[in-house]
Write a new protein. Structure first.
Length: 159
């Protein structure tokens, strides 16, 4: 599985721990799309957009984003058509993000949770699977329909 990862400066230490954890367990190939430490003009929305686009375009199956709170990353990632990003600060939310909502992206706040909880959240999210035929299938399908309803075309910018 390929996972696009990214953080801003506030999330970098936690993302480093999570990356090491994923690589040590041979759970995934990681593609780091984090903000450059040398670029003062690049902000967390830029990182969230890159990671979400990598998922939406099929270059990666999942995305993991870390900033100070995880809120801004989640808001931004959810702007990308086809992406369902969930802010997860506990394992139950991580499990439900996948099983109930088919979230391909999760976000976390490095100022909110510690490294051990972060590892548990990522593991839970990766182990959980969405069942399209299950009770949440029609709900996620409706999310996709709503997403498509507001999709803008590149040619015209219109809906």
């Amino acid at each position: 599985m390929q996972i696009a990862i990214g953080s801003d400066d506030a999330g970098a230490p936690l993302l480093a721990v999570l990356s090491s954890h994923l690589l040590a367990g041979n759970q995934a190939t990681l593609i780091d799309l984090s903000a450059s430490q040398d670029d003062d003009e690049e902000y967390y929305p830029d990182v969230a957009e890159r990671v979400a686009r990598a998922v939406a375009e099929g270059r990666c199956q999942r995305g993991l984003l870390v900033c100070g709170t995880g809120i801004g990353m989640s808001i931004t990632a959810n702007k990308i058509p086809g992406v369902r990003a969930a802010l997860c600060h506990d394992t139950y939310s991580a499990e439900r993000a996948r099983k109930s909502n088919d979230a391909q992206v999760i976000t976390m706040g490095a100022r909110v949770i510690g490294p051990e909880l972060g590892k548990a959240i990522v593991d839970t999210w990766l182990e959980a699977e969405f069942d399209e035929q299950g009770p949440s299938g029609p709900k996620v399908q409706r999310m996709k329909e709503i997403d498509n309803q507001y999709l803008r075309t590149p040619e015209t910018g219109a809906r």
